[in-house]
Write a protein that binds this ligand. Structure first.
Ligand code: FAD
Length: 318
């Protein structure tokens, strides 16, 4: 299997297609996910990303009038799913790995496990705050920022484990990181956000995947800013088709992005749910074609583990 950066180099300028999927909710059938991936295989994805979902807390009243806080993992199984997809579809997988919820020891163990499985690619992320906490809190002796996680992975690639002093087996991870063309919602400023992104690359990240955006200009301007700041690794655009009218409100709130006026108008003109979804598909086709023409290395689609919309888009752009 190969590194993401090698897939990009080998493509020598041809735009590749890749997909992000989510582990199924606990208790759901894996076959639906496999058939969604099967649908997308004709587009020759060199890799598939699998998201990681940290714990959530629910509260339950107790018999004595108190409140019990219960930890729930709704979508476990990222690592196992990566291994299963890799073996079933003969495609590289990229597990997302988070700072949140992990001590450095946990992270090291997770990386050792990935190394044993022959998974050599990871997307290193901080993770969002736990809903009940409001702001991000690292574990005691955990990584606080994605840049620290990148450092830990880089150290392991150099054979430096947390506690061992002898020379140890070097891992060989290709590290990707996230970026935000419309600025991360907690960033102090766009300049600071860019400075911290550069830090992740300087620490060893070999490629970047962006948050979704609906206005390609935001991506093009961001890539220019990155170049000026000395960030020279491939910047993969992340794309998600709008599916429902509600997305017009929800996506900007969750992901801190702006919806273009033309898209808003088109969606509001649509009279049925199906027509709205078609507007979303057509918009994403338009974005994808323009990005491909501009020579982006990869078109990376957030599928939400559902294939029909992304399949239609990819078949029109492939
Ligand atoms: P960081 O790079 O650590 O940045 C977080 C914030 O801290 C930014 O505002 C940055 O400007 C600031 N910052 C960075 N370094 C410093 C510093 N040294 N001092 C002060 N401020 C600093 N979440 C999941 O839970 N699971 C997933 O699978 C997942 N996949 C994702 C995939 C992609 C492509 C993207 C774009 C996001 C994904 N996320 C996922 C969401 C991500 O975890 C959140 O957006 C999170 O809030 C930030 O993660 P990050 O890695 O960008 O953080």
């Amino acid at each position: 299997m190969a590194k993401i950066i090698d897939h990009i180099r080998k493509a020598s300028g041809k735009t590749l297609f890749s997909f992000e999927i989510l582990p199924p909710l606990k208790g759901q059938n894996i076959d639906n996910l496999f058939s969604a991936i099967e649908d997308l295989m004709p587009f020759d994805p060199p890799f598939i990303d699998v998201t990681y979902h940290r714990e959530e807390f629910i509260t339950k009243p107790t018999a004595n009038g108190g409140v019990e806080k219960i930890v729930r993992y709704k979508r476990p199984g990222t690592v196992a799913l990566c291994a299963a997809i890799m073996h079933r579809f003969k495609v590289d997988t990229v597990p997302h790995i988070l700072c949140g919820g992990f001590t450095k020891e946990d992270t090291e163990n997770a990386l050792v496990e990935l190394d044993f499985l022959g998974i050599d690619n990871v997307l290193a992320l901080r993770g969002d705050p736990v809903k009940a906490e409001g702001s991000f809190r690292a574990e005691p002796n955990g990584n606080r920022y994605a840049s620290e996680l990148v450092c830990q992975i880089r150290d392991l690639n150099q054979g430096q484990y947390l506690h061992e002093e002898l020379a140890m087996k070097k891992t060989d991870f290709c590290i990707g990181v996230a970026a935000y063309p419309e600025v991360h919602m907690e960033a102090l400023s766009s300049e600071k956000d860019l400075e911290y992104l550069k830090n992740k690359v300087d620490m060893g990240a070999e490629y970047i995947v962006t948050q979704m955006f609906f206005d390609n200009e935001k991506y093009f301007q961001f890539v220019e800013k990155c170049k000026k700041a000395g960030i020279n690794v491939p910047i993969i655009p992340g794309l998600k088709p709008l599916v429902t009218k509600k997305h017009l409100e929800v996506l900007p709130k969750i992901f801190h992005l702006e919806m273009p006026q033309d898209l808003i108008k088109e969606v509001n003109r649509a009279t049925t749910d199906q027509a709205v979804a078609q507007v979303g598909i057509d918009w994403c086709v338009f974005q994808s074609r323009e990005l491909k023409k501009a020579g982006v290395p990869v078109l990376h689609y957030y599928t939400m583990s559902k294939s029909p919309a992304v399949k239609e888009i990819a078949s029109k752009v492939f």
